[in-house]
Design a protein around this ligand. Structure first.
Ligand code: HEC
Ligand code: HEC
Length: 354
């Protein structure tokens, strides 16, 4: 309970305590507490757990949600869909430093992947949305996103006979804001990348990862990365400050986009605090950080070691950790996610409008 409170607070002391706990004190004890013994007898007791496809998702809602996710009519000018910024062919991101936004002037934040996002305890860099449904409201009304209102959006959908049929087939109330949110959220919940090499190793396949990758995982724990990036999503379950051991932000430290959680709570101690990102697909989703300021994984890891852990890290250790991180992306619809997709920096929308 106390530990949980410290986690939620995300203060400097919390990190020290956590580091002590994970690295020095009792990894065995905690791992035992995290792992669910009922999942599998051969599941390794580790602070990272495997992903499984969620049970109980209605396939018809997934199909409907997938169509809505790709439908550009949702945007005010009928030219923007969720997929405009979260391209599934591009690992759920736009590949830009910061998202362009509706006015194409550029938003202030980097676009996180939608894959596995349903597993994060809060959504957005500042964690302002508690659920996927709430997150969709921000998109619909956000001036740089759909910039519309629900009644306008619903009217557009109601003109589509196929939507009218699908909605009334699945939901007794037909096309409503709550049902649109429900369908899109159900689709997003289905975007789980399963069967990664690392997960197969966690489940007992000793050959799923090689010795260098294993050494990288060991370093990831030894340095203390695991104190913040942990659990099923290798992150996404706590808030932490960027700049624990020394201040990360210079003269622009008062910029709204860098204030993070403070924008939600107004509390001084929440300045520069962010929802810790998941590292599940991190090797596929450059650039990094809330403002896209780290171009490569190497840059990001250097910053992490220096500012979050107060450590210098050797090139060799960085390479090892990257080797481990490369074992984390799993499969979606039977295909292992990879960086084979072309990164499209223009604002072209490749969705099929109908
Ligand atoms: C104009 C680009 C754009 C569009 C359109 C867009 N997003 Fe996003 N999305 C972003 C950016 C940028 C963020 C991070 C914003 C923040 O943290 O404040 C984000 C964050 C998210 C997150 C949170 C991920 C996490 O790990 O916290 C989810 C989930 C998400 N979007 C899903 C959607 C869905 C569903 C739609 C369509 C209803 C959508 N997005 C439309 C750019 C976009
Ligand atoms: C004290 C908590 C903490 C520790 C320890 C920590 N991180 Fe992070 N990590 C964060 C936070 C918070 C962010 C988001 C920062 C931001 O974007 O503002 C982050 C972001 C990242 C990112 C960028 C992810 C993305 O999608 O943009 C990578 C990569 C990363 N961390 C790797 C590591 C590695 C490797 C270690 C160990 C050397 C480590 N982290 C240690 C809290 C931590």
């Amino acid at each position: 309970m106390l530990l949980y409170w410290y986690l939620a607070k995300g203060s400097f002391w919390a990190v020290k305590l956590l580091l002590f706990f994970f690295v020095v004190a009792a990894p065995g004890l905690l791992n035992g507490a995290i792992a669910d013994p009922s999942t599998s007898l051969s599941l390794r007791h580790e602070p990272v757990q495997p992903l499984f496809y969620p049970s109980g998702l209605n396939p018809e809602k997934i199909t409907l949600g997938e169509r809505l996710f790709h439908d550009q009519r949702l945007g005010r000018e009928s030219r923007m869909s969720c997929a405009t910024c979260h391209s599934l062919e591009n690992n759920g991101i736009d590949g830009l430093t910061r998202s362009m936004g509706r006015d194409k002037q550029g938003m202030l934040l980097n676009t996180p992947t939608v894959f596995n996002s349903s597993l994060n305890h809060r959504l957005f860099w500042d964690g302002r949305a508690h659920t996927l449904e709430a997150q969709i409201n921000f998109v619909v009304e956000g001036i740089q996103e759909f910039a519309t209102q629900w009644p306008v959006l619903l009217n557009k959908l109601k003109q589509d006979a196929q939507y009218r049929r699908s909605f009334s087939h699945i939901y007794s109330e037909g096309i409503t804001a709550a049902n649109v949110r429900n369908a899109i959220s159900t689709f997003v919940r289905s975007l789980i990348t399963i069967n990664s090499r690392f997960d197969r190793w966690l489940l007992g396949d000793v050959n799923a990862i090689n010795s260098e990758e294993k050494a990288g995982y060991h370093l990831f724990k030894k340095y203390g990365c695991i104190a913040c990036h942990q659990g099923r999503n290798v992150g996404g379950n706590m808030f932490q400050k960027l700049g624990v051991f020394k201040a990360f932000f210079g003269h622009d430290k008062h910029a709204r986009s860098h204030l993070g959680r403070y924008n939600v709570t107004g509390k001084e101690q929440d300045k520069h605090v962010f929802r810790v990102p998941s590292l599940r697909l991190v090797v596929l989703t450059p650039p990094y950080f809330h403002d896209g300021s780290a171009k490569t994984l190497k840059d990001a890891i250097k910053v992490m070691a220096e500012y979050q852990l107060g450590r210098n890290i050797s090139e060799q250790d960085i390479e090892s950790i990257i080797a481990f991180l490369k074992t984390l992306p799993g499969e979606y619809k039977g295909r292992v996610l990879s960086d084979g997709a072309t990164q499209d920096a223009s604002y072209k929308n490749t969705d099929d409008p109908e």
